[in-house]
Design a protein around this ligand. Structure first.
Ligand code: PEP
Length: 249
C-alpha cells in the first residue's frame, strides 16, 4: 500500500505551552495513523514537543538548521543540538528562507549534505514564484533548485531525502495549484532526478506538495500518482484542520 508523508510546519507560531497542547491533541488523534506524520514546531518548543509525542509515531522535525556543527555562528542551530532533542527530520530551503533570508542553492545544498551526514532526514523545498511561472521559467527555476540542492548526495542516501514542491504563490495565500498542475511539476522533478541518478531512484523519491493544503483539497491532491504527501503550513496549526489532512484516508 502507498504510504504518504504528511508534515506540519508551525513556522514562528506558538509558545511552548501552546505547542505542547497541540502536540498532545495530535498524539491522541493520530494514534492509529496509517501514514508518516511529522511536526516542525519552533526551535524553542522542540524539547517540550519531543517529550509530548514520545511513544507515538509522530516524527519531530525542525524548520531549519545551520550549515555547521559548531562554532562562532551567532543565532544558528546545529544539527547536533537538534539530534539531542530527538529531531529526526529538517525542512531546508523553505521559500521563506530563500526569499526573506536570501538563502542560496549553495547554502541549502551544504545544509542538505550536513543533515544527511548527521543522520537527519532533509525535506528540500523547491518552488517558483508567480513571476517566474508567468515568464515560463518554472522548469528552469525548479530544475536548478533540485539539481543544486541534491548536488553531491550519494545515490544510496537519496531515500533519506524528501522534496517538497511548494509554488511560492500558493503558500499561505489560499491559492492551490490544481492537482493536475502540481502532479505535472512533480513528474518534472522526477525526470530531473532520473537524469541525476536513475529511473528507480526517481520513482522511489518522496515528493510532497505544499501550498494551501486543507482538509477539503487533500484527497484530490493525494490521488495524483506523483504526489506522495503534503507539507502544510497554516492548516497544521490546529488539530481540527491538521488531523483530517494527516489522516485523510
Ligand atoms: C508552507 O509554508 O510550507 C505552506 C505550505 O504553507 P500553507 O500551507 O499555509 O500554504
Amino acid at each position: 500500500m502507498r504510504t504518504y508523508y504528511m508534515a506540519g510546519n508551525w513556522k514562528m507560531h506558538k509558545t511552548v505551552a501552546e505547542s505542547v497542547a497541540l502536540a498532545n491533541e495530535l498524539k491522541q488523534a493520530l494514534a492509529g495513523a496509517k501514514d508518516k506524520v511529522m511536526v516542525a514546531p519552533p526551535f524553542t518548543a522542540l524539547a517540550a514537543v519531543g517529550q509530548a509525542i514520545k511513544g507515538s509515531s509522530i516524527i519531530l522535525g525542525a524548520q531549519n538548521m545551520g550549515p555547521d556543527t559548531q562554532g562562532a555562528h551567532t543565532g544558528e542551530v546545529s544539527p547536533l543540538m537538534l539530534k539531542e532533542l530527538g529531531v529526526r527530520a529538517v525542512i531546508l530551503g523553505h521559500s521563506e528562507r530563500r526569499h526573506s533570508y536570501f538563502e542560496t542553492d549553495e547554502l541549502i545544498n551544504r545544509k542538505v549534505l550536513l543533515a544527511i551526514e548527521q543522520g537527519l532526514d532533509p525535506i528540500l523545498c523547491v518552488g517558483e514564484t508567480l513571476a517566474e511561472r508567468e515568464a515560463g521559467r518554472l522548469e528552469a527555476v525548479v530544475g536548478t533548485q533540485v539539481r543544486e540542492g541534491l548536488k553531491g548526495v550519494a545515490r544510496g542516501d537519496l531515500p533519506k531525502v524528501t522534496i517538497a514542491y511548494e509554488p511560492v504563490w500558493a503558500i499561505g495565500t489560499g491559492k492551490t495549484a490544481t492537482p493536475d498542475d502540481a502532479d505535472a511539476v512533480h513528474a518534472f522533478i522526477r525526470s530531473v532526478v532520473a537524469t541525476m541518478y536513475d529511473g528507480d531512484a526517481a520513482k522511489a523519491l518522496c515528493i510532497q506538495y505544499g501550498g494551501s493544503v486543507k482538509p477539503d483539497n487533500v484527497a484530490e491532491l493525494m490521488a495524483k500518482p506523483n504526489i506522495d504527501g503534503a507539507l502544510v503550513g497554516g492548516a497544521s496549526l490546529k488539530a481540527e484542520s491538521f488531523v483530517p489532512i494527516a489522516a485523510f484516508r
